[in-house]
Every structure is written in C-alpha cells, then in structure tokens.
Write a protein that binds this ligand. Structure first.
Ligand code: SAH
Length: 348
C-alpha cells in the first residue's frame, strides 16, 4: 500500500525519506511545501529534485481535495465548499469570517452512523472515515481559495470525530505543529455526540482544545428521543465524562443544544437543563434547529428561544444563541453533500 505522505509527522517523513535513500533535510523541505506553502502537487515544489518527486509519486499518495462547488453568502460572506476526495466521495466544509479571525468547520467522516434524528449527515449512514490528510486539506484548500489565514478550526461538519479517534488525533497534531500551520490548540473545537470512553481518552491526552458536547435533551428520555447514541451512554455517564474532561484539561466545556419547536424548548426543559449542568464550568450554545425535509421537526419560535435563554441566564449560566451564518446558502450539516449526491442520481 502507498504511504499517505500528507498524514505523516515531520519525524515520520524523515524516516520515509531516508528509507528512499534520500538526505533527511529533504523531509523538512517537503513538509514545508505541504503544510506551510500548501502545495497542491509535487509540481509546485521548485527546490525538490525531479528524481525524488518521481520516487515519491511511486511510493506515496498526495491528498489534494478538488473543489467542486463553492457558495458564498451575500449576508455575511460565509462560504460553503463541496470537495471531491480521490475515491470519488464528497465532503463539505464551511468558512466563516468573524471579528476575531477566520474559522473553518470541517467534516471528519463521509456520512455518519450516529443517527441523530434532526441531522442530514446521517441519513445514508457512514461511508468511511477521513484520513488525517483529508481533514487537513479541507483547511488547506480553503486557505488557498480565500488567500486568508485560518485561525480557528471546528470539527463540527459531517461525521462523529470521536468515531474516528486516531485519525482525529493525528490531524490535531499536524494542524497545531509549529512546523506547519501552527494553529493554537485553544482555537480548535471538537464536537461529539458523547462517546464516553473516547471523551475520557481525549481528556487523558491533556490537550488544550475545546470539547463541545451535543446535548439536545436535558433528561435521559428526551435525549434518547433525538439521539440514538444516548441509548448506549446514559446522560449521567456523559456528564461525568464532561466533568472529567474539565478536571484533566482545565478547559471549559461547551454544550450544544439545538432547540426543536415543541420537543425540547419548554420551561421545564430549561429548568432541567439548569439542574443538569449546574455544577459544571461550561458554556451553552443554543442552536435553532435547521429543519431538514426528511423529518418534520420545526424551529422554535423566537420568543421561546429568548425565554429559554433567559431562564439559563437567571441561573448565571453562560449562554449564547448561535449566530446563524450563511442562512441564505442553505443548509444544515450534510445537506450540501446530500443534494449533490441526489443530483448525480437524478441525472443518471
Ligand atoms: N458528530 C458531532 C458533530 C456534528 S455537527 C456531534 O454530534 O457533535 C455539530 C452540531 O450540529 C451537533 O451538535 C449536531 O447535533 C448539530 N446539528 C446537526 N444537524 C442539525 C440541524 N439540522 N439543526 C441544528 N443542529 C444540528
């Protein structure tokens, strides 16, 4: 099997280069072309000898995502990208411009097997996990396309990152490497539906990344209505894992709570939520649900969202309503890729 060269750490690349009978300093040059200059191909690498490029083409694959479409929001400049992978699969990523810098939301898998009821990414199940280089290159391709530096990364696109643990960790190592893009760990957020053993494993890595937990229900019953994974892990175990993450890393937990009209947005829901997170150092992100046509969930009314927020604030819980970026270019997670897949099917 060929080596995935963009997924190698600098040290691993050195070993690979020496194995090919080349001098170690070439590894540093190659690494810089891939991870700093963001080269799309060996052809761009002007100081690498032709003979080495040929050896590399034979023994390695070079991940370079192909931009299929990009939609730009007229409201806030948010851009949604659809990329094609080498095997013909598609992933989507989002670029958002904030006052504090540019943020990219990446996918961690092609499809997803977690089955959350309101989410478009999971409707066709999991196709496969992404490699570290396929996660990286979403950021690299967007960086090249916008010509701007990316300062924040959120792993909140399609897929469950903690269902692709080893590749996720490798990706984090590479994106935060001082010899690469050198993005600060503190500017990285990983969002999970709550795979307890991997939340604990991640805590034990003692990284400075933010862990976001998709809660969406404030009791075990409500949560498992919306999230099948909740049947495997009781809400109390999930909350314990969040406490453990904070204890190990000192990083405040983010809870994501998508508000679904008439389902989880009542006064009682808010009160239960206050009780549930009461002793945890956290921040709650309320997300008005983005309705998908395959399900009949609806967005909560504005007044109910504000009331819900107000109830939490009264208990001194940090809470924000997520600004809805790129509303005009449509799309809950996974909708873009899905629409594209369906248009191909319709054509054939
Ligand atoms: N698998 C990870 C990342 C998923 S996407 C996780 O479960 O956290 C990031 C967030 O968007 C999650 O909280 C997810 O539950 C939420 N989400 C997905 N589809 C949504 C929709 N249609 N409306 C609102 N939030 C949605």
């Amino acid at each position: 099997m060929k080596t995935d060269i963009k997924s190698l750490s600098l040290n691993e690349l050195k070993t690979e280069i020496e194995r090919l009978g080349e001098k170690a300093f070439r590894a540093k040059q190659l690494y810089e072309w891939m991870h700093v200059k963001l080269a799309r191909d060996y052809d761009e690498m002007t100081n690498i000898p032709k003979s080495l490029k040929e050896k590399l083409r034979e023994s390695c694959t070079y991940t370079s995502l192909k931009e299929v479409t990009v939609q730009t929001s007229k409201l806030d400049g948010t851009r949604k990208y659809l990329f094609e992978l080498a095997d013909g699969n598609f992933v989507e990523s989002v670029w958002m411009k904030y006052h504090h810098g540019n943020s990219v939301c990446i996918s961690s898998q092609v499809g997803c097997r977690m089955g959350c009821r309101f989410c478009a990414s999971t409707l066709d199940g999991l196709e496969r996990s992404l490699t570290p280089s396929e996660m990286l290159d979403q950021i690299y391709a967007i960086s090249r396309s916008t010509g701007e530096r990316v300062s924040n990364v959120v792993v909140m696109g399609t897929g469950e990152p903690l269902d692709n643990y080893d590749n996720l960790l490798k990706f984090i190592q590479l994106i935060t490497d001082e010899n690469g893009l050198n993005i600060s760990q503190r500017n990285i957020t990983v969002s999970t539906c709550g795979i307890v053993e991997n939340m604990k494993r991640l805590a034990d890595e003692k990284l400075q990344i933010t862990l976001a937990l998709s809660l969406h229900g404030s009791t075990q019953e409500k949560r498992q209505e919306l999230m099948p994974i909740a049947r495997k892990y009781d809400i109390s175990e999930v909350m314990d894992a969040c406490r453990y993450y904070f204890d190990q890393t000192g990083r405040r937990i983010t809870f994501e709570y998508s508000l679904v009209g008439g389902v989880n947005d009542t006064d009682e829901d808010a009160e239960n939520l206050c009780r549930l997170v009461g002793d945890i150092n956290c921040h709650i992100n309320l997300i008005p649900v983005n309705p998908i046509k395959e399900r009949d969930y609806i967005e909560s009314e504005r007044k109910d969202i504000l009331k819900f927020q107000n109830k939490l604030e009264k208990k001194h819980i940090n809470v924000t309503i997520r600004r809805e970026m790129g509303r005009d270019i449509d799309g809950a997670c996974g909708q873009l890729r899905r629409r594209h897949a369906q248009s191909i099917t319709d054509e054939s």
